[in-house]
Design a protein around this ligand. Structure first.
Ligand code: NIG
Ligand code: FE
Length: 414
């Protein structure tokens, strides 16, 4: 199977010498070729260049030709933070927040993550696979070609493993590249209210060995926050996760400055996510680390949280990734086009910085930047073709609109 896309108005995010991530002032660079061609062979990008230099086709067998006149081609979005496996929805809590309750008030009365845990307990594996597949298909048509999915609405031995087995099944069913994360430390279940140590023991001594045996997770994550898990507990859980082959990630500094970023850096986390409340200490520590600071502007938008200091972090030479956080409580949307718009509109990132954050840097946060996140020869052929639009800045500018016309995943039009 071969695809040739010709007459591309602008081929965006091309790399001759592929990098694993971009940081600081380099985030403003976005390589493009105007009036370009792109060739795909099987599931990989086989070549690209200027139309003027195109030497034609020698072998026409099995070739699909797409004319992309006046259209742009980009690498698919990479979404390094989602909770796409869940049961039911939480619009009731959304209305409660409109009427004055806070996200924290709702959690304290047994809602929030605990509400989703109740719903997930009652759902079968098949039901969870079916609803998650709908969401995966939805984000795929919105241009997402690689996604990380977390457990964390199970909060018990059976239900956490149920979630992770669902994610393993999704890996076989969906063409999108999927990474799995164990987030048993998402919240303390009510039955463990006075026995937090026992819950942590359950995570480490009972659930992690099964995860390792069945190879259910690539990463381990902790919600490090007041009333959830402390910095010390975060380090304990993530260090144990490493012994079971799971690289660390952290939900850090979302609602307060709680030490998640420093905990993540200490254990060598691949990413620290949310980071609304990072300060100068965390920025300094991130400068000497390989950890990817990841912003989740959809959740901050939906919960009316303060914005993370994105400009300050880029100014300090840091990379930034952006992900959706798609989940029923703090961001019921996985639309990465909208996340890119929020980066620009609210966080004052330029379109180049936002697109880098949503492609190569978000791929890095899933260990996928060798194969995803840019247009480079040999990378996975996960790309999208836009409708007729003037240039890539039009994508964040035209927020909320559907600008994607064709999505190609693993070299196949979906
Ligand atoms: O990333 N912050 C913790 N976890 C999720 C929200 C989970 C929920 O409310 O269901 C987040 O925002
Ligand atoms: Fe999250």
């Amino acid at each position: 199977m071969k695809i040739l896309i010709k007459n591309i108005k602008q081929l965006v995010q091309v790399e001759i010498n592929p990098q694993l991530k971009v940081a600081g002032k380099d985030m403003k660079n976005l390589s493009c070729i105007n009036y370009a061609w792109l060739a795909i062979e099987n599931d990989k990008i086989a070549g690209f260049g200027k139309m003027d230099d195109w030497e034609g086709i020698s072998d026409w067998t099995d070739l699909t030709i797409i004319d992309a006149s006046d259209k742009l081609v980009l690498p698919c979005w990479c979404d390094s933070h989602t909770h796409i496996v869940y049961a039911g929805s939480r619009e009731g809590e959304f209305v409660d927040r409109i009427n004055g309750l806070t996200y924290e008030d709702i959690f304290q009365r047994g809602g929030g993550i605990l509400n989703s845990a109740k719903k997930l307990h009652d759902a079968s594996e098949d039901e969870l696979v079916e609803s998650a597949m709908l969401r995966l298909n939805e984000i795929m048509l919105q241009g997402t070609g690689a996604v990380e999915i977390k457990s964390g609405y199970g909060l018990s031995f059976e239900s956490e493993l149920k979630m992770l087995r669902v994610i393993k099944k999704l890996k076989t069913l969906s063409p999108i590249t999927i990474k799995a994360t164990f987030l048993g430390a998402h919240a303390l279940p009510i039955e463990y209210k006075e026995r937090k140590g026992d819950y942590i023991k359950l995570l480490i001594n009972e659930i992690m060995p099964v995860i390792a045996e069945e190879q259910l997770a690539d990463y381990c994550d902790v919600f490090c926050e007041q009333n959830y898990f402390t910095r010390e507990e975060t380090i304990e859980i993530l260090s144990a996760g490493k012994k079971y082959g799971m690289a660390p990630k952290v939900h850090a500094e979302q609602l307060s400055n709680s030490g998640g970023t420093l905990a993540g850096i200490e254990v060598g986390a691949i990413s620290v996510d949310h980071i609304e409340f990072v300060g100068d200490t965390e920025i300094k520590a991130l400068q000497n680390s390989k950890t990817m600071p990841t912003i989740l502007p959809g959740a901050a938008f939906f919960l009316n949280l303060p914005f993370p200091p994105a400009r300050k972090m880029i100014g300090a030479g840091l990379p930034i990734a952006v992900a959706s956080d798609y989940n029923p409580g703090s961001c019921p949307s996985g639309n990465m086009n909208f996340m890119v718009s929020l980066c620009c509109i609210q966080y004052k990132m330029t379109p180049e910085e936002a697109i880098n954050a949503a492609t190569i840097n978000s791929a890095y946060a899933m260990d996928l930047s060798k194969t995803h996140g840019s247009i480079a020869v040999g990378k996975q052929a996960n790309i999208f073709i836009t409708k007729e639009i003037p240039n890539y800045s039009f994508i964040p500018y035209s927020f909320g609109n559907t600008l994607i016309e064709t999505v190609i995943i693993n070299g196949e039009i979906v």
